[in-house]
Design a binder for this molecule. Sequence first.
Ligand SMILES: *[C@@H]1O[C@H](CO)[C@@H](O)[C@H](O)[C@H]1NC(C)=O
Ligand SMILES: *[C@@H]1O[C@H](CO)[C@@H](O)[C@H](O)[C@H]1NC(C)=O
Ligand SMILES: *[C@@H]1O[C@H](CO)[C@@H](O)[C@H](O)[C@H]1NC(C)=O
Ligand SMILES: *[C@@H]1O[C@H](CO)[C@@H](O)[C@H](O)[C@H]1NC(C)=O
Ligand SMILES: *[C@@H]1O[C@H](CO)[C@@H](O)[C@H](O)[C@H]1NC(C)=O
Ligand SMILES: *[C@@H]1O[C@H](CO)[C@@H](O)[C@H](O)[C@H]1NC(C)=O
Length: 612
Amino acid sequence: MESLPFFIFFSTLFIQSLHFLSFSADIITPDLPVKDGQTLISVSQSFELGFFSPGTSKYRYVGIWYKKSPETVVWVANRNNPLTDHFGVLTIDNRGNLVLLDQIKNIIWSSKSSSIIAGPVAQLLDSGNLVVRDNGSSRNTESYRWQSFDQPSDTLLPGMKLGWNLKTGQERYLYTWRSISDPSPGDFTYRLDIHGLPQLFIVVGSVKKVRSGPWNGIFFGGTPKVHNSVFEPILVRNEDEIYYTYRLLNNSVCSRLTLNQSGAVERLVMYGQNSGWTTIYSVPVDTCENYGQCGANGICRTRTSPICECLKGFKSIPEEELDIQNFYGSRKCETRLTLDCQSGEGFLKLPGVKLPDLLEFRLNESMNLKECEAECFKNCSCSAFATTNLSGGGDGSGCLMWFGNLIDIREQSGSTIGQDIHIRVPASELEMARSSKRKKMLKTALVASMSALLGIFVSGLVLCISWRKIKRKVGMDRRKEGMEAPLFDLDTIATATNNFAPDSIIGAGGFGSVYKGKLLTGQEIAVKKLSMNSGQGVEEFRNEVVLIAKLQHRNLVGLLGSCIHREERMLIYEYMPNKSLDYFIFGLIPLTHCLFCHISSLSICNVLHVLN
Ligand SMILES: *[C@@H]1O[C@H](CO)[C@@H](O)[C@H](O)[C@H]1NC(C)=O
Ligand SMILES: *[C@@H]1O[C@H](CO)[C@@H](O)[C@H](O)[C@H]1NC(C)=O
Ligand SMILES: *[C@@H]1O[C@H](CO)[C@@H](O)[C@H](O)[C@H]1NC(C)=O
Ligand SMILES: *[C@@H]1O[C@H](CO)[C@@H](O)[C@H](O)[C@H]1NC(C)=O
Ligand SMILES: *[C@@H]1O[C@H](CO)[C@@H](O)[C@H](O)[C@H]1NC(C)=O
Ligand SMILES: *[C@@H]1O[C@H](CO)[C@@H](O)[C@H](O)[C@H]1NC(C)=O
């Protein structure tokens, strides 16, 4: 009678699912527990609580998930202590503790409410919060005896707090799941640091991995730019609490913040009823996000190669002088060009960066930028200053001063938002900055006057030509408007670069990769393959290629042509063996050309955009 156990098993399942169907309350009371197979559903059907087995696990856990996306578990009760059988019961005892019992009534997990309450009720709210309250007390009060929002798993739902209760010292932060089948806490955490100004960190153990910039009154500096109508970030700071939270702006759009198993923080959104989750941004964005990537007093830029550079006023220690241990460490840019407090020192503005970490600093939120500069100037070990509060507009208010080394500065990339910082530099750097500014102004003036002359000349020429045209009434041999730079086909370029062989790559960056190749004619070329996500249409790309070709000066490296194949966009240059790689990557259009932006109706800055 082998089929009997199966019959019993299936009929149990059937009965359980019947039970499941008939059970759709949102509360647990001592008389109304939830058994494995049953669920609680919040009033407007947004969240569901019940028993589940994640991934390939055979264990049972109690969790909360989106009703319309049951695979998205947002909270787990017994994450460290799974049930090994299918007979778990979640109930509430007379003292108001939520307790999870296994088949033989062992306590697997308990909520440990702080005080005894009379008519205890646990309720799953529409926010996804499971709360314990007095039956007597009003449903709307925040006076919960216990709530699941106080014990986050890997997900921050709208209204949940990430941060500190200053009265109790309690910290709420996100953990990763250990794996897709194991919700016990993994290595990564996402937490709010509140020394000075609040900053968000992804941490492994106690090691900082990724940092947001300090909260500047509107957002965390250096975080991804999100033009969104989905959520509003909120930072609450008062004497009781400091925490980050957010609220949804459109109730028909769901959003959550999740620290996933690879240690990335993802902001996910679901627009329609069952349209699935879309990641609108994730952190880290790129290599420059790695905490302290460029060491002390270095700045990380994704669009340069190498990505690290010493800040102005610091010189790098030659690599051969670094011992291995310090090679990736913080000593690289530690040497100042001159001693501190030499006469003529001053501050240079470094715009659009993620402000350095708050290690040694001083904060005064009532100063303005001028006072801040004066204060920082007075103290030789003050290495930089910035304003702290951008919400009043202008340069901002408040004063943040850094002492000693500056750690973890990055330049704003296309997808993050930066702030201005003022860095102490020696007189020589100030002089250099001044003279380059003067040069720039001179050049602009020159270009402007030349363009005026050019304008007169061109209009004269046009008049002249039209006059001749009219006079002769001869049909012009209309030369085709020049693609001075020819189009190469993909095969030619593929052959030349040995099918874009990885070992022919001579450089790479955010723009894409540069390959060295050889045409069948024997000519050596450098192929700049732009990354696919540049999002440029064929027409725009061609126009810009024409523009670069027209801009070429005989002293510049030659653009031989371009190649467009489906989504691929490539620029093909003569290969100049004696030129540095940066020359191919960045030096192709000298800065002077950008000055034309002021006078040209064509957007030459877009050329720079293409190149970078
Ligand atoms: C809650 O209180 C009301 C009246 O005060 C009572 O009728 C109800 O049974 C109570 N419910 C629970 C679960 O204690
Ligand atoms: C975590 O998020 C990052 C960024 O969205 C993604 O690349 C990665 O695959 C995710 N990892 C897991 C395990 O989902
Ligand atoms: C809310 O989101 C839905 C779905 O994306 C959209 O159709 C609707 O226009 C949005 N409402 C508002 C007020 O933005
Ligand atoms: C902050 O700056 C103001 C104005 O300069 C000053 O009066 C005040 O004493 C400063 N506070 C601290 C804590 O330094
Ligand atoms: C400069 O600032 C540092 C750090 O706040 C402080 O320890 C030091 O005493 C200050 N020096 C002077 C001369 O004010
Ligand atoms: C930031 O500036 C705004 C506007 O000036 C002000 O209302 C707010 O209180 C300031 N915040 C802090 C923390 O000083």
